[in-house]
Ligand binder design. Structure first.
Ligand SMILES: NC(=O)C1=CN([C@@H]2O[C@H](COP(=O)(O)OP(=O)(O)OC[C@H]3O[C@@H](n4cnc5c(N)ncnc54)[C@H](OP(=O)(O)O)[C@@H]3O)[C@@H](O)[C@H]2O)C=CC1
Ligand SMILES: CC(=O)[C@@H](O)[C@H](O)COP(=O)(O)O
Ligand SMILES: [Mn+2]
Length: 384
């Protein structure tokens, strides 16, 4: 029996995780949940999964929830998320918060030696070297939930260690893959959120539209699998049925395929190292018909090059990239920055915040805060 703490239980990944748990009550049990502001959904999750501990965004919400569930331990803010991540009875922590906000709790779970099923890719972008070093020290097993990395994790187990030479991340290309370039300046948040193949939270949906998502995933793959940046490729595959490929030294490509439904990688990660029979349908390739591939266009997707540039610079540069992007996406969704302002803001902040060495979590978080301030200053200037 795996005993789960879920960070971000009310989000897209969190609810998919709980749906997998719902199908396997004799394999998985929930001990702790952390959410943000969606108290109604969290209350339903508490009634169904009976956790011992929950954490919410702030004290006011914690009081409301504690009043509704006498006897339940309810905590707030960072303290609450850390308690969920390190609950003594949890064998396994699901990292499904969004953004760098999830970093302290993710790191704490690794430090505590928990098995970590990680969707919250921004934590690896901001502090991947520190998280991976801590996992080696504590013995924490990190199993990627992000579909491409979950696919790579599986495909890398096919050949003997050391024989894989290239990782290939597929990308849908997002909602603007074929939009005339001249129209990109005027696309709306609603259009950006309409992902062609996946149903996801707002932030990652916008990241997919700019392809910053794939840039973050290159950095994520570098840390998870230890491949150099130039051995990690991106291939647009609009059907999103092949999630990743590993090229072995003998020229063989091993691809990982499944239905484009996050319950598949989540089921794999929860069951690992076993496999469980999926109740979520089968991939019918005959029904899909054909699979297509193309290279990303650098002019359409400048965020890809910005992410590679940050990875190359190293140290705190990826944390700066991520923070600027988080601010830019937030402003875009609020109607305060045009779509093309996202790469523009990230580029300016990266230029102005020099990469510094990264040796502690505090340095990563400080770089994140500095970059956020810088991004807001630039956004204010661009708005004038
Ligand atoms: N969705 C997907 O299919 C995929 C997602 N990922 C990654 O997984 C992560 C989660 O994505 P997704 O599920 O789409 O995101 P969502 O926006 O759907 O969910 C985010 C979760 O984080 C919580 N949260 C947000 N802000 C706060 C806060 N201030 N304090 C506490 N909790 C907070 C939300 O709580 P609440 O809603 O209660 O406020 C919610 O539970 C991201 O890093 C994403 O890149 C990776 C691959 C696929
Ligand atoms: C499901 C998943 O893992 C997402 O990261 C997805 O890949 C996003 O779609 P894009 O391929 O458009 O970035
Ligand atoms: Mn992904």
């Amino acid at each position: 029996m795996k005993v789960l703490s879920i960070l971000g239980s009310t989000g897209s990944i969190g609810t998919s995780t709980l749906d997998v748990v719902r199908h396997f009550p004799d394999r998985f049990q929930v001990v702790a949940l952390a959410a943000g502001r969606n108290l109604e959904l969290l209350a339903r999750q508490i009634e169904e999964f009976r956790p011992q501990l929950v954490a919410v965004a702030d004290e006011e919400k914690a009081l409301t929830l504690a009043h509704r569930f006498p006897g339940l331990e309810v905590l707030a803010g960072e303290e609450g998320r850390l308690a969920v991540a390190t609950h003594p009875q949890a064998t396994t922590v699901v990292g499904a918060l969004v953004g760098a906000l999830g970093l302290p709790a993710t790191y704490a779970a690794v430090q505590a030696g928990k098995e970590l099923l990680l969707a919250n890719k921004e934590t690896l972008v901001v502090a991947g070297s520190l998280i991976m070093a801590e996992a080696r020290r504590s013995g924490s097993q990190i199993i990627p939930v992000d579909s491409e990395h979950n696919g790579l994790f599986q495909a890398l187990r096919v050949g003997p260690p050391g024989t894989a030479r290239r990782l290939i991340l597929t990308a849908s290309g997002g909602p603007f893959r074929t939009t005339p370039l001249a129209q990109l300046a005027n696309v709306t948040p609603e259009q950006a959120l309409a992902h062609p193949t996946w149903r996801m939270g707002a932030k990652i949906s916008v990241d997919s539209a700019t392809m910053m998502n794939k840039g973050l995933e290159i950095i994520e793959a570098h840390h998870l699998f230890g491949f150099p940046p130039d051995a990690i490729d991106v291939l647009i595959h609009p059907e999103s049925r092949i999630h990743a490929l590993v090229e072995y030294m003998d020229g063989t490509l091993i691809a990982q395929l499944s239905v484009n439904d996050m319950r598949f990688p989540i089921l794999y990660a929860l069951a690992y190292p076993e496999r469980l029979a999926s109740p979520f349908g089968r991939l019918d390739l005959a029904a899909v018909g054909s699979l297509h591939f193309e290279l990303p266009d650098d002019r359409r997707f400048p965020c890809l090059a910005l992410a590679r540039q940050a990875l190359q610079a190293g140290g705190t540069a990826p944390a700066v990239l991520n923070a600027a992007n988080e601010v830019a996406v937030e402003l875009f969704l609020a109607g305060q920055l045009p779509f093309l302002g996202i790469p523009e803001l990230v580029r300016r902040v990266l230029e102005e915040e020099p990469a510094a060495p990264l040796t502690s979590l505090e340095e990563a978080l400080a770089a994140d805060q500095r970059a956020r301030r810088r991004a807001r200053e630039w956004a204010a200037r661009l708005a004038r």
